[in-house]
Design a protein around this ligand. Structure first.
Ligand SMILES: [Fe+2]
Ligand SMILES: [Fe+2]
Length: 188
């Protein structure tokens, strides 16, 4: 890892709440690195993009538009570390396009990788979702929320075959476990 990348990693880590870093940003970074190897793209740029993809959300007030407010924040960080214009433009596109519900579609392979890794990370943290949603709605609404999120990730965000293959077993396991919650209601 380059010195610049190590410093940015430390900086991004300091901006996120500990569990958000541990259970979302770090898994996205790790899946991005795996996909970067498979799809043979620049690993440093891919890792930087993954680290910065949710930077607009580090400030909790900007959850809804974090794909927009994150752009100038990332741009400033990258300029401070003297990254070339081409890298800055690539990462700005990654941030703008990493959601499926909002913003442009990912065009570059690195943007596709980060959007896929963003979804893959969700398949590892099923219990964390329940903990994060606790108190927002009742239990069954949370179950529905997790089901919808899982389905959206699987159907819409996972566009790379290599990514889909890596999480297929977990997707099926999550569906099996969540659907089991209603199993006894159907038993006669
Ligand atoms: Fe995001
Ligand atoms: Fe994310």
């Amino acid at each position: 890892m380059s010195k610049k990348l190590a410093k940015i990693r430390k900086l991004v880590k300091s901006k996120f709440e500990e569990n958000d870093w541990k259970y979302h940003i770090l898994p996205v970074v790790n899946y991005t690195k795996k996909l970067a190897r498979i799809y043979k793209v620049d690993r440093e740029v891919a890792e930087l993009a993954a680290l910065l993809h949710d930077i607009g959300r580090a400030d909790i007030k900007h959850d809804e538009d974090h794909h927009i407010v994150g752009i100038p924040i990332a741009e400033k960080i990258l300029r401070n570390f003297d990254y070339p214009e081409k890298v800055i433009e690539e990462i700005k596109h990654v941030i703008a396009s990493h959601r499926t519900s909002k913003g442009p579609k990912p065009r570059s392979i690195i943007a596709k990788i980060v959007a896929n890794a963003d979804a893959m990370a969700h398949f590892d943290i099923l219990p964390v979702f329940f903990w994060w949603r606790h108190g927002r709605e009742n239990f069954e609404e949370t179950v529905e929320w997790v089901k919808n999120k899982t389905e959206k990730d699987w159907q819409k965000k996972l566009t790379l075959p290599g990514a889909k293959k890596m999480v297929e077993k977990k997707y099926k396991a999550i569906k099996l476990l969540l659907n089991s919650l209603r199993y006894h209601e159907k038993e006669k």
